[in-house]
Design a protein around this ligand. Structure first.
Ligand code: NAP
Ligand code: MG
Length: 502
């Protein structure tokens, strides 16, 4: 480890070497190259507000080159003739290589995204590895079916074939993990890919691109184009040579991706979008657990999680102790640079995102909601970074923007409820439907809640748990398509039916 005083920390030599080799380039057809225009942009360390490294900014021409490279790799060369078992071996090796480089990848994630090193190293990294291992297992198990039909002289069967060239557009909150969520099943199913990381956090995807070449993926199977939503993401979403886009991000951009598909080649689209998830504490809950659970449901990753439990409903009889407990927990959370060993949460990812969140805090204040903890940006030695106090609002007005809109920051809106019908109506009164939580000792109430709430994932006496095997996705405007688990295979394959006259 070498000291790097500018970053106030020590970095692995491999991390330093990666950052020194700049500007970072695009991965197209197995070659690293500058953007055709020569354009670059800086990626920023959100703990300091200072640039980390400059990165190639892909324009339409570069995206086109990447799509063409993916098409060539799909149709010729070794990739289409690999067996599922062989693809599985490559995915398994990817998992091993990520594990070997986990310390370095975690450092890059902390530098670029801001999250605590501990969270990156022991949260994001093992989950990314798990995704590659899980889908390594599926690659050789993509079975079709034999179909009994009403024609006795016909033999009918189905084949599961790749979608083709798949564009993967991902956000900045779990950069490497989001890449793994999409790459692992897409590759297991035999597709070729063009990955567009978020402009705020391109670094771990680029390092992963280097590792994939070491693993032995043929050139063009994974291409990486870095740059902002416009032009880079938009060029991919509109490209006539892309067969499918898998997108994770905001509902607003999800709509644009779908519109581009509709206006163009009707490419398949799957969307994992925003949320405004209700988390419910019933009076019979284990309150200590519920308070801690509700705290981390919204404040982990500084609230920058699509599933954040950002609307907390507390049954009237326990409202005050739960609100007080939550406020106390929020005040105990240590906010600091991701490399500070004691930091529980890091900075907000960008100045822009920080300003958006501050705007929501202001709107809550002026709308009559009451701040019971936090609400301020952190100054002093943290002033140059984007640090914000965990913030707790109490309210009784569900129409506030604070309550209706996704904030994507460490802000929770707490309210009380009296009875079941009121709770369910209010919990579902949102355009989103990504996730929900409930805290209760009553088993039947827990299951009734799981049925009544309109959300793609429901946690009971827990929150925010994920696994590669468990399907995940949204109801309503939180998107459609299920990633993870067996269901993700449906997103990355299409069915061909074959009729054979006997
Ligand atoms: P975002 O602005 O929607 O961006 C997501 C991705 O789309 C980024 O790579 C972005 O590029 C790109 N993009 C932006 N404009 C585009 C366009 N016109 N065409 C194609 N691509 C475009 O979301 P974000 O701010 O990065 O992430 C936060 C949002 O993601 C939140 O709403 C959150 O709920 C959602 N999210 C959802 C899930 C889930 O699984 N449902 C998980 C995590 C996050 P640039 O960033 O480079 O501009
Ligand atoms: Mg960054």
């Amino acid at each position: 480890m070498t000291a790097s005083p500018a970053l106030g920390t020590t970095l692995q030599p491999a991390t330093q070497a990666f950052l020194q080799h700049a500007p970072k380039q695009l991965l197209i057809g197995g070659e690293w190259m500058a953007a055709a225009s020569g354009a670059t942009f800086d990626t920023i360390n959100p703990a300091t507000g200072r640039p980390l490294v400059s990165v190639a900014l892909a324009g339409d021409a570069d995206v086109d080159q990447a799509v063409q490279a993916a098409r060539r790799a799909l149709e010729a060369g070794p990739w289409p003739s690999l067996s599922g078992a062989e693809r599985g071996n490559l995915l398994w090796k990817t998992a091993e290589l990520i594990e070997q480089h986990a310390d370095e990848l975690a450092e890059l994630e902390t530098l670029d995204n801001g999250k605590p090193l501990r969270a990156a190293r022991h949260g994001d990294l093992p989950m990314a590895v798990r995704h590659f291992r899980y889908y390594a297992g599926w690659a050789g198990k993509l079975e079709g079916a034999t179909i009994p039909v009403a024609h006795p002289d016909q033999f009918v069967y189905t084949l599961r074939e790749p979608m083709g060239v798949v564009g993967l557009i991902i956000p900045w909150n779990f950069p490497l993990l989001m890449a793994a969520w999409k790459l692992a099943p897409a590759l297991a199913c035999g597709n070729t890919t063009v990955l567009k990381p978020a402009e705020e956090t391109p670094l771990t995807a680029l390092r992963l691109g280097e590792l994939l070449a070491e693993v032995g993926f043929p050139p063009g199977v994974v291409n990486i184009v870095t740059g902002p939503g416009v032009p880079t993401g938009a060029a991919l979403a509109a490209h006539m040579g892309v067969d499918k886009i898998a997108f994770t991000g905001s509902t607003e951009v999800g709509r644009k991706v779908m519109a581009a598909a509709a206006a163009g080649n009707l490419k398949r689209v799957s969307l994992e979008l925003g949320g405004k998830s209700p988390n419910v504490v019933f009076a019979d809950a284990d309150l200590d657990k519920a308070i801690k659970g509700a705290t981390w449901a919204v404040f982990s990753t500084s609230g920058q999680e699509c599933v954040a439990g950002s609307r907390l409903f507390v049954e009237e009889a326990v409202y005050q102790p739960v609100l007080d407990g939550l406020a106390a927990q929020a005040q105990r959370i240590r906010v600091g640079p991701g490399f500070a060993p004691k930091a529980h949460i890091g900075p907000i990812v960008s100045d822009k995102q920080l300003q958006t969140i501050m705007g929501y805090i202001e709107s809550g204040r002026s709308g009559g909601a009451q701040i019971v903890a936090g609400g301020e940006r952190l100054g002093g030695e943290l002033a140059s970074g984007y640090f914000l106090q965990p913030t707790v609002f109490a309210h009784q007005d569900d129409s506030l923007r604070l309550v209706q809109e996704e904030i994507f920051g460490p802000v929770v809106a707490v309210t009380s409820f009296k009875d079941w019908d009121e709770l369910i109506a209010r919990a579902n009164r949102t355009r989103y439907g990504l996730a929900a939580g409930a805290w209760t000792k009553d088993v039947s109430k827990a299951h009734r809640f799981a049925r009544a709430v309109k959300a793609g994932t429901v946690w009971i006496n827990a929150y925010g748990l994920f696994d590669a095997a468990a399907p995940f996705g949204g109801y309503k405007e939180s998107g459609f398509g299920r990633e993870m688990g067996r269901e993700a295979l449906d997103l990355y394959t299409q069915t061909k039916t074959v009729w054979v006259s006997l």
